[in-house]
Design a protein around this ligand. Structure first.
Ligand code: ZN
Length: 136
């Protein structure tokens, strides 16, 4: 099992437009795209291209996972995403180390990539997304 590195970090925000103004206009990061992901009930703003992107995520409903996260913990780091060569192998390797998977099998995420989430309990307190496939 081999990981390629950090794909992106995701930050949960309450007001996407205000957060974009901060990251794009104040910090000067390039806004690559804004995408609505109905499946996860969020709108996302992605900064940069390739590895090491920053993704702002904002809930579109009050009962989505991200909405509950914001309610409980406020704005902040939501998850990190690691790009792996083979997601099935990565899931098996993490399970073998006792890391609880939220997704036992890969789902299809943004851009058609295969993704799976590992529970924060298994990753030293950080929700971790595994990703195999194309980048935006
Ligand atoms: Zn992500």
């Amino acid at each position: 099992m081999k990981a390629k590195g950090l794909d992106h970090v995701a930050i949960a925000v309450k007001d996407l437009d205000a957060a974009i103004a901060l990251y794009r206009d104040a910090l000067g990061l390039e806004l690559a795209e804004i995408e609505e992901v109905p499946d996860q009930q969020v709108r996302t703003a992605i900064f940069g291209h390739g590895m090491g992107r920053i993704e702002l995520i904002c809930p579109t409903t009050t009962d989505s996972g991200v909405a509950k996260f914001l309610e409980k913990r406020g704005e902040g780091l939501h998850h990190v995403c690691v790009e792996v060569e083979n997601i099935e192998e990565a899931i098996a390797a993490l399970k073998a180390k006792g890391a609880p998977m939220i997704d036992q099998t890969p789902k299809i995420g943004a851009g058609g990539a295969k993704i799976a989430f590992v529970h924060p309990k298994g990753m030293r307190g950080v929700l971790t997304e595994l990703r195999e496939g194309k980048k935006t």
